[in-house]
Design a protein around this ligand. Structure first.
Ligand SMILES: CC(C)(COP(=O)(O)OP(=O)(O)OC[C@H]1O[C@@H](n2cnc3c(N)ncnc32)[C@H](O)[C@@H]1OP(=O)(O)O)[C@@H](O)C(=O)NCCC(=O)NCCS
Length: 157
C-alpha cells in the first residue's frame, strides 16, 4: 500500500485521532458498546499529555495525513525483579484498509520501541474474532492459557 507512514503519536495528532475513532465506530459499531462523545474523547486525549509520556505510546499508521490504524502499548517496570515487560493494549486498523500489512507494520514498530527501551518480552490479551486470531498466528505469538484474576474495585461514582 502506498504512502503509509508509521509514527508515534504526538499531541498534534489528536484531531485526526478523534476522526479515526469516530470512523471506526461508524464502520464497525458492533465492537464498541459505549456511546462515543468526540468532545469528551478530545478532552481526555488532551489531558493525557501524550508528548511527555515515557512508557505509554500510541503507534499510528497514516495515509496522506489520515489515520488508518493505531496500536497502543505500555511498558511496566517491575521493582520486584527489575525487568520490564511490554503490553499491547489495543490494535485496530480501519475496515477498508485491512489485509495490506498495516497491522503487521504497527506491531513491528511497537516491537522496535520495546527493544529500544530494553523490553525483551510483551504480551496482549487475545481477541476472539477470526481476523485477530489469524493475525496472532501469522505474527508468531505463543498463545498461553493462563487464568487471569480480575476484580472490579469500582468507586461507586
Ligand atoms: C487484527 C487486525 C489489527 C489486523 O490488521 P491488518 O492490517 O488487516 O493485518 P495485516 O494485513 O498486517 O495482516 C498480517 C497477517 O495476518 C493474517 N491475517 C490478518 N487478517 C486476516 C484475515 N482476515 N484472514 C486471514 N488472515 C489474516 C494474514 O496472514 C496476514 O498476512 P497476509 O495478508 O500476508 O497473508 C485487524 O483485523 C483489526 O483491526 N481487527 C479488529 C480489531 C481487533 O480485533 N483487534 C485485535 C485486538 S488486540
Amino acid at each position: 500500500m502506498q504512502n503509509i507512514e508509521i509514527n508515534i503519536a504526538t499531541s498534534s495528532d489528536i484531531s485526526a485521532l478523534c476522526e479515526f475513532e469516530k470512523t471506526a465506530r461508524i464502520t464497525e459499531p458492533e465492537i464498541w458498546i459505549d456511546k462515543f462523545d468526540i468532545n469528551e474523547y478530545r478532552k481526555k486525549m488532551l489531558s493525557a499529555d501524550l508528548d511527555n509520556l515515557e512508557n505509554n505510546k500510541i503507534i499510528l499508521a497514516k495515509q496522506n495525513g489520515k489515520i488508518i490504524g493505531r496500536c497502543d502499548l505500555l511498558i511496566m517496570d517491575s521493582l520486584m525483579d527489575f525487568e520490564m515487560i511490554g503490553y499491547i493494549d489495543w490494535i485496530y486498523v480501519l475496515k477498508g484498509y485491512r489485509r495490506k500489512g498495516i497491522g503487521k507494520r504497527l506491531i513491528d514498530r511497537a516491537e522496535e520501541f520495546f527493544r529500544e527501551k530494553g523490553v525483551k518480552e510483551y504480551y496482549l490479551f487475545t481477541a476472539q474474532n477470526d481476523e485477530a486470531q489469524k493475525f496472532y498466528h501469522k505474527l508468531g505469538y505463543t498463545i498461553k492459557n493462563r487464568e487471569i484474576a480480575l476484580k472490579d474495585i469500582g468507586t461507586g461514582v
